[in-house]
Design a protein around this ligand. Structure first.
Ligand code: 8OZ
Length: 372
């Protein structure tokens, strides 16, 4: 019996050939933050995914927190991305860009004029980022002390998201965008009681903590059309020193509010990003079915995309049982450009090289062959 995983699906305005999604994957292979020919080849090789979500892409220079990741704020970046999206489209694929503001997960050496990174609060993360050392080599470094954004600065950040979203669709040729509200970066940090210590209308209660991420998603949806916008969340991940003792009501409320926006999809990282699917900091397991029920009960019609450590069998079960509409695969797509075919034919999967995930050249990036 064949699985619905390999059947077409819709995510808002996006008509997908199948329900296997390439998850966003930071690879640090865009020197000077500009997408290049190597990136074009990499994405084009993976165009048989039902949908490609690009690696996290900085909406502005101040949004950046790692070396050699792409951006959406210069003509050269938009032109580089245009080569990528044209190549993916010519192979029949669909690609959205992940709109990224790293917030407190950044370093003064990566910020314009060596400024402090901006965040929801002045609470520094116990986390590392990837910078360039004195010799020009990539190196890990503790993230810098951030500065809490003032409320007066919020409209400017929202405008930055909208400008990047419009440029992504109009100039760079993307089919849509995914707003990154996960993994302890700027928007996720508003949601987390362990990072958000604000005492204004953007901190404290759940209603207040979800306010800014909602304002951003709403504005982006108005800018390019809600049916081209997805949102990625990671309700329990400890990635980048994110903490929340009681995430269920926060994320239930967040997806209920997102339901009204008529988005293309909601993308959930289950458990610890890239790690234990069953991770929970709270003294209860997170209930992802309840999360989805909240979204549907509130009228949410977007595709429900799940992610983290899925095998082909788990993905088929997730889709065939109605638990999910789409399943995103991350690292398996690094080493299996033809992942969809391999899952369909139950062919063996190649293993990725951990030491080649971040940074470097074609090795560990373009040397994973397709079958045949
Ligand atoms: C791995 C390394 C650097 C960044 C995320 C954008 O976790 C990332 C990321 C992952 O969302």
């Amino acid at each position: 019996m064949t699985s619905k995983l390999f059947e077409p699906a819709r995510a808002g305005a996006l008509a997908l050939h199948n329900r296997v999604v390439m998850a966003p994957l930071t690879r640090n292979r865009s020197p000077r933050n500009i997408p290049n020919d190597m990136n074009r080849t990499y994405y084009a090789e993976r165009a048989t995914a039902g949908l490609i979500i690009s690696e996290g892409t900085g909406i502005t220079a101040t949004a950046q927190g790692y070396i050699d990741v792409p951006g959406l704020y210069s003509a050269g970046q938009l032109d580089g991305w245009r080569q990528v999206t044209d190549a993916v489209h010519s192979k029949g694929g669909k690609i959205v860009v992940q709109l990224w503001h790293t917030g407190r997960i950044s370093h003064t050496s990566l910020q314009p004029d060596g400024m402090a990174p901006v965040s929801v609060s002045g609470i520094r993360a116990n986390a590392r980022t990837f910078v360039r050392d004195e010799t020009g080599e990539g190196a890990f470094a503790e993230v810098s002390q951030p500065r809490a954004l003032k409320v007066e600065e919020f409209p400017g950040i929202i405008a930055d998201y909208c400008k990047a979203a419009r440029a992504a669709v109009d100039s760079a040729g993307f089919d849509g965008v995914e707003v990154h509200v996960a993994n302890g970066y700027l928007l996720d940090s508003f949601l987390r009681e362990g990072i958000n210590d604000r005492t204004d209308e953007y901190g404290g209660s759940i209603e207040n903590r979800i306010r800014f991420p909602l304002e951003v998603v709403k504005a982006v949806a108005e800018a390019i059309g809600s049916d081209r916008v997805g949102v990625r969340i990671s309700p329990v991940t400890p990635a980048n020193d994110a903490h929340d003792k009681d995430p269920q009501p926060v994320f239930d409320a967040f997806v209920r509010s997102l339901a009204a926006l008529d988005l293309a999809y909601i993308h959930i990282i289950e458990g610890s990003t890239g790690g234990d699917r069953n991770y929970s900091e709270a003294d209860y397991p997170f209930d992802y079915k309840r999360l989805k029920q909240n979204y549907r009960d509130a009228g949410g019609k977007g595709a429900w995309m799940v992610n983290n450590g899925y095998t082909g069998a788990m993905a088929q079960e997730a889709v065939d049982s109605g638990y999910a509409d789409l399943v995103a695969f991350g690292r398996p797509f690094v080493s299996n450009p033809d992942l969809v075919r391999r899952l369909k034919e139950n062919a063996p999967l190649a293993l990725w090289r951990d030491d080649k995930l971040y940074g470097g050249g074609a090795e560990g990036y373009l040397d994973y062959p397709a079958l045949d």
